[in-house]
Structures are given as structure tokens and as C-alpha cells.
Write a protein that binds this ligand. Sequence first.
Ligand SMILES: [Zn+2]
Length: 331
Amino acid sequence: MKRRELLKTALASSVGLVGMSALKPLYASDAMMIKAEPMYDVPVTKVTDSCYYILAKDPEPTPENHAFFNNPGFVVTSEGVVVIDTGSSVQIGEMVLRQIKTVTDKPVVMVINTHYHGDHFLGNHAFVSAYPDVPIYAHPAAIEKIKSDGGDFWYGFMQRNSNNAITGTVVTLPNKTFKGGETIKVGDKTLKIHQFGVAHTESDLIIEVVEDKVAFMGDTAMRRVANMADGSFVGTIDAMKKAQALNCDHYIVGHGVHDNVKVCQDMQAFCEAIYNNAEEYYEEGLSDFEMKPKIMADPFMKNVASQWPGYDKTLGVFISLAVAEVEENLF
Ligand SMILES: [Zn+2]
């Protein structure tokens, strides 16, 4: 681990030890670093003979779920395991390693972080501890973001929302890059790395497992009202068209249950319902506040999206973001 670039230890972080009385039980790790208790086991979901993920049932981090609210995935190849997204903490990363062992004895030979949100990279620490030489890939813009402020921000975010359940987690940077457009062989599997522009963030990687007709979508597609603050509605609509054109049988999403191509069609319909309506109502001179009930009356929003987690709480924020993007695209 010493050859890795480590940004911070939990002990050095003031965030990590705020509110000692409220801390979860602490355990001494091998390195005698204070560490929050282990993450409970969540069983794997099998998609094909080689592609798996661990389904997080909650849409957001809480003390009860230890900040486990995204779906780490993995591909078992003849050479070893490729892990796609590592969870929000070293504890969750260690849980993912335990679940991989229920499927195969093969080592982890590669880790990929689909983007720079903390639930997708903070678990890296566990993989580097178990496999010191494992390469961790991400888009160059994702690495820059984690380095500049994303590491600190996401560490604090998870600590606050989980009641310090990620104590002991060390922000561990990816050390290799994929820009999109790469085709690589890992053992008997062919991985195509796609980057379809700014969608959920500017750094999203989609990983297609060619032989299995599976696409790991990161957070570009999901059936929940997700964080679009770093993304683009127009970019997501475009990315969803490209994702559908991959013609995969299975799309594994960062949050929620996997599905066929319908999950990409729904994400496209969701972004179109918000953005296209916002564009139209903006031209009519409506404020985002006035648009909200009209957008909620859109058939897709009323019949489908209203069932998604976070709908009531965050739709207004989404509409504001869409209006900002409409304005940006006008000038
Ligand atoms: Zn995300």
C-alpha cells in the first residue's frame, strides 16, 4: 500500500472522529487503526454465469445501512475477478470481497471505478489491502476530481450520513486510466469501455462484457431520482440512446435492480419528460416553481417516475437543474 497515493487516514481527519459518544463500536484493524465495525453480509445477485452484483436495497446512506446504498459489481473471468465499483467504505469493500469468495476462489485482478461519487470508490481501500498490486482504473477526470476535493467531500458525506460507519476508510485513488473506447481482454472475457460524454458526471465509464451481453452502467441509468448536480439531461438522453444501441441483454445499474434495455429507455424518458417540458415552459415564461405541477402531470412522471425513491423530495431540485441547463443551452 505504501506505493499508493493515499490522501488521508481516518485518524488524521477531524471529520472522522467528531461525536465520539455517537460512534459505532470500534475495532482495531491489523494496522492498529481505529475502524468502525464490519459491514453485514449482503448476498450476491447472479445475472449471468460470470456477472454478479450486490444489491443495495436502500436509496440513500443511513446509520442502519452503514452507507451501503449502491451496487458493487464483478465479473469472473478465467484469469481472475474484475470489480466494478467498490462501495462507500473499507468495511463495504471487505464485505464485497467476502461475497466474491462465495462465488470463486480466483483473485481480484482489476478494479474499475465508474465515476467519482464516493459510493463508487471509497471501498478501493479494501481491495488494495487484500491485493496490493491490483490496478484501479477510472476516467482521468474522475481521478482529478477525487484528488482535488472529491475525496474529502465524499468521506465527510458518508461519515455524517452513516453515523461514522466508515471510520478507518482511507481515500485510495485509482492509479490507471480508461478514457472510453478501449477494448481489453481479461482471461476469457472481452471488456469494452464506453464513455458517452457528460451524462451522470463528466467522467462516467460504462463497462460492456461482450460474451455475456451485459453492461455495467454505473449511475448513468437508474430508476430513482438521482443526483444530477454533476450531470446533464441532454447528455444523459444521448448516453441512453447509445447504451440501448449496445444491444445488451442485461443492464446492471448503480442503484436499484438490474433489468433489460427497458431501464435505459426509462432513464431516457425521465430525462426527456423533465428537460423537454422545462424547455417548453421556460419559453412560455414560467418559473421552475410554476412548472413543477405541470411536469408532474406528464404521463411518464405520473405513471412511472412517481414510484421511484426520492421523487417527492428531490423533483423540485431536478427541475431547477433542468432549467439551468435550458438557459445554458440558449446562450
Ligand atoms: Zn453517482
